[in-house]
Write a protein that binds this ligand. Structure first.
Ligand SMILES: [Zn+2]
Length: 416
């Protein structure tokens, strides 16, 4: 290859990189290959006007040239790219003396917007550790990128009126620490995360995230009977109907069945226990999902033990409630069911009924609205998998950022 030919190829690479970066007031002077990096040297293009890094206003005067800075960029083939440039300080008519605006990166970022967006996109699928490995960065850089992306996304996301929301809790660190998550059940998107599950922790959702004006459009608020948010709803969205979440109610019902089974197991002798071994799922499963063998075992249980049978039939009878279309009939069914549960002499069920009695209005409103947090069950599972795949979330702050990042459909900064 002659010197001239080699020169021509280098120019092509530089033009290519300049076009890729979308440079207008800057240009690529040299592309240098070292053992580990491709280094792209950038300089100002002639006397083209630079923009203010704060307000992006064009500035006539360049004040000074600062020391060289470096930005990591996407890799070219296998080679990581680095941009090198000496930033100018400009005299902005509005802001005064400022560092210029970089078309390839945010003011304080040490990576280009193209790279940080690529990292952010991958971090929606992979753990932060895995994402870091993929891009040859460290965990902390990925954490910084994700948190910046979330801050940008929260400031720039669309906020259409919200009508139906679900409030739920998720645990961090095996049930020791809880967070509160709020979903828009119509759009099936995460709206907000609070760093505890107390009334105090959830209040900012109504006062800050929503604000008085947006609270007015809320129609239905879906939550667990045990949750402590009812007062907040009364205070900030009195027009909204509280609806106790179907899946939570069924969970409490299943807990009652399980409690009866466990106390019976304690009572039975070793020999009597045999058919009850591993009977937990048998009793909790929906009957139409049982195999023939399981059905047979279930009928043995039914013949043998009366408290377990009563618990089982009570559970099944309750479930009819969800099917009624007319509020009156649903109400009658529930009333009848509660009376028979009270007569059952099963303490866990009596406890369950007392809980229902205290929350009847929010339970009966199911028949009218027919929504539940089950609509966002997929997202709930996603949050669980986020907390499982990452050992890095020792702080609530990082976990919350990851939840927003994966579930809130936040926009990423535009690449210029
Ligand atoms: Zn300015």
């Amino acid at each position: 290859m002659t010197v001239r030919e080699r020169k021509r190829i280098e120019v092509l690479v530089e033009t290519f990189v300049r076009k890729q970066l979308g440079l207008k007031s800057h240009t690529v002077t040299k592309v240098e290959e070292t053992e580990r990096y491709m280094i792209v040297h950038i300089d100002r293009l002639g006397r083209r006007l630079l923009r203010c890094g704060v307000c992006r206003q064009r500035c006539r005067k360049v004040h000074s040239v600062r020391k060289q800075r470096e930005w990591r960029d996407l890799s070219m083939r296998k080679m990581p790219l680095k941009l090198r440039y000496r930033p100018r300080r400009v005299e902005c008519p509005r802001c005064g003396l400022r560092v210029e605006d970089f078309p390839w990166a945010d003011p304080w970022a040490r990576v280009t917007t193209a790279l940080s967006n690529a990292v952010a996109r991958l971090a929606r699928e992979l753990s932060w550790q895995g994402t870091a490995r993929q891009y040859g960065l460290n965990w902390k850089s990925v954490a910084t990128i994700v948190k910046r992306a979330v801050a940008y996304g929260l400031a720039h996301r669309v906020r259409p009126p919200v009508h139906v929301i679900g409030i739920d809790e998720v645990s961090r660190r095996k049930g020791q620490v809880y967070l509160t998550v709020v979903y828009d059940l119509e759009r099936r998107v995460l709206l907000w995360v609070g760093d505890d599950r107390t009334e105090e922790a959830v209040k900012p959702f109504f006062t800050k995230e929503m604000g008085a004006r947006r609270c007015h459009t809320l129609r239905v608020i879906c939550m667990d009977m045990w949750a402590a948010y009812a007062n907040l709803v009364k205070e900030h969205a009195p027009q909204a109907q509280i609806l106790f979440d179907r899946f939570h109610i069924v969970k409490h019902l299943n807990e009652a069945v399980e409690e009866v089974r466990r106390s019976e197991m304690r009572r039975l002798s070793q020999k009597e226990k045999v058919p009850f071994k591993r009977s937990r799922w048998l009793l909790l499963k929906n009957p139409w999902n049982l195999s023939n063998d399981q059905k047979e075992r279930l009928s043995t249980l039914v013949q043998w033990n009366l408290p377990i049978v009563r618990a089982y039939y009570l559970k099944e009878a309750f479930q009819l409630f969800w099917l009624y279309r007319q509020p009156k009939r649903a109400g009658d069914h529930l009333e009848k069911w509660m009376r028979s549960a009270m007569r059952s002499r099963l303490e866990p069920f009596q406890k369950f009924v007392r809980m229902l009695r205290g929350h009847l209005d929010g339970i009966l409103s199911w028949t009218k609205h027919r929504v539940s947090n089950g609509a966002v069950e997929g997202m709930n599972n996603k949050i669980k998998s986020i907390s499982h795949r990452s050992f890095g979330f020792r702080t609530a702050e990082n976990f919350i950022a990851a939840i927003y990042h994966c579930c809130a459909r936040l926009p990423l900064p535009a690449e210029r």
